[in-house]
Design a protein around this ligand. Sequence first.
Ligand SMILES: [Fe+2]
Ligand SMILES: [Fe+2]
Length: 396
Amino acid sequence: MAKQRIGILGGTFDPIHCGHIRMGLSVLDAGYVDRLLVMPSGNPPHKSCIVSAEDRWKMTVAACACDDRLVPSRLELDRSGRIYTFDTLTALRREYPKADLSYIIGADTLTQLRSWYRSDEVIRLCTFLVCPRPDGSESADYASEAARLTSAGARFLPVRMRPVSVSSTDIRSALSAGQKPDGLPLPVFEYCRCKGLYGCPGRIDAIDSWIDQLFKALKPSRFAHSLSVADTAKKLAEIHGADPLRAEQAGLLHDCAKYIPLEEMRRIAAKHNLTDDPAMLDSAALLHSIVGAWLAQDQYGMPDPEVLDAIRYHNTGFPGMSVLSMCVCLADSIEPLRKSYPLLDQVRALAEQSLERALLLSLEGTAEYVKSRGRYLHPRTRETIHWLRRLTGTAK
Ligand SMILES: [Fe+2]
Ligand SMILES: [Fe+2]
């Protein structure tokens, strides 16, 4: 069996940003490792963190959802006391006795390696994958230090990538000024925004409990999608005159029932008289919206009927739906993490000009796709399409 090749990308991730993700993907794409453990530090020896370990963990999980080879790891978070790279590598060596371990460092860090705790042993435990400095240069003592450490047994491999100029400090100042920083993955931005991290204005009431519940209930990719829908729905609401906060709330909660097994959803629907539509009760893809609206009210404490309607109809739409519901339904199909589908670029281009026409195109695309696969199209989607055609003067 081929040897496992495991990379480690550690950091405070306060917050994790596109520079970290790009480093990780460059190492994977270069073929140095097969998977990469992305490891937020629990109690870093030389730095104190601004937000909690659990927030840094959830942001890391959301950011890593973009690629299966990025594997968030709690190894450093779940250990108590001060944790050094030596401890992490020793623990991994015990867990994977035969694997090749590679540790990602920046070129700046190489010149500080000698000061690391038990550095002589650290250099024997792993290969170092060295990413370029932000400006692409080498520090004056880089070559001599690399040569010295190599002669002491260290192994270095260069990571070919465009230098990363994203800085956590710049990101935090932009967030505290209420701006959207460059270089922050969208789900991480929305996470900071809705939780008001780093002084970001506009924290949502009750958000801590919502985020904890969603994080437990959803797979990482769905958690990231929900954050991304929230941001997109908010933006659409700002453009088209709906309430941005309500759009954001509905976006966050719209898929809260997504992973409840169908049998359990049917039981909830029957118990609370949510629907007697056999087509709805037969499909998890349809029923999660109705059960989601109930869950949002009952377990997340969302009292607003307009927000609950936006959740209830986010997959089928309904004739006469509000601008808010349209924003959420459209955001679900165009948020930036969405996998590409045939009309996606056109729907996105239309979304800023006409909410109705963009939603119509999106639902027509869904109808076409469902028909081409010989699957069932819910009558409410068809009725919504007809309603939108009349509304936009494009009746066929
Ligand atoms: Fe959904
Ligand atoms: Fe969704």
